[in-house]
Design a protein around this ligand. Sequence first.
Ligand code: LLP
Length: 383
Amino acid sequence: MFTSHHINRFSNIETPFYYYNTGLLSKTLNALTSANTYNFHIHYALKANSNPIILNMIKNHGLGADCVSGNEVLKAIECGFPVDKIVFAGVGKSDKEILNAINHNILCFNVESIPELLVLNELAAKQKKKINIALRINPNVDAYTHKYITTGLEENKFGINPYEFNEVESVLSNCNFLSLIGLHFHIGSQIQDLTPFKNLCLKINELNKWFLHKGHNINIINVGGGLGVDYKNPNGSQIVDFDSYFKVFHQFLEPLNRQQIHFELGRSIVAQCGSLISKVLYIKKGINTNFAILDAGMTELIRPALYQAYHHIENLSANNLEQKLKYDVVGPICESSDCFGKAVFLPETKRGDIIAIRTAGAYGEVMSSKYNLRDEVKSYFDV
Ligand code: LLP
């Protein structure tokens, strides 16, 4: 929620920029840790936001790091995440990325295919180090979320399918430099209904037993991330219900032989603490609508253009909040998809007004680009 203090401050900073409320991030992290009464191991998915100030706060709350590129691994190490709390996932790890991670002795590689097993074994042998791996398994559980952020179905490129398990076993029996310590799952992102997580648990129980019967010593069950946030009501639901989320796993997951349960949460930790702050450049009359043309565009926040994602838009400068008009809120980029919201009701909006695009802390700044030779987007924090 923004006050006149924020508006005064924002009017003195060149727009557009990301603004992060670290007070809210702290509260969210506290809520997360107090909901975790089950001794779950929580990793933060750096891909959601890798701003060093944010990473530092998350690390100080004792979370580990879930990385999906060599540079994310390096960033996590640079920010002080202990290497034995860093995992490295991704369908296309390059040799350079793998070697770097091997040399840093990270906790585990989450392996996404049989060819990757062979490459990991070869590179680990070259370094004369035995490395830990978890198999990323495609559980074929529907997350009922946007098709671009569903990951746990057979048609997706991620993970190893159960029908490949026998082959995995025979490949592994020849991989002396790999130690299988975990099973990894992730069914998708922005999942608000908890039922898919329950279905995931039931599927994991089945697969976990298969590995136990085959004599594998699996210590870690990694259930991924994916917990969704409320984009419609950023002020009303600032912190997600971590209690109910963890309860589902406590209730339905059956760890065997004191297996550790690991999570990889991204969005639910950082989404609500970030807003994209922008100014109105022009109000242009259209046939059925007015266009509010902002100085921020899809180069700063691509989610609406890429996934038709909803972000709540607020005019922070408007005085008369009663009377609302309809606007298409668009950016300056030369693409018709550069639109933050169609037919958005806002108080009468004029050139120079400050606009906040909310719930932009996850997959916002990290997905920004320099298309149209735009300036790199800056970020500010509450003081
Ligand atoms: N673990 C794995 C293996 C993942 O692929 C992801 C996200 C996460 C954890 C963290 O998921 P979260 O808790 O943040 O849902 N750019 C898209 C989201 C892509 C998510 C990719 N994977 C968006 O803006 O909605």
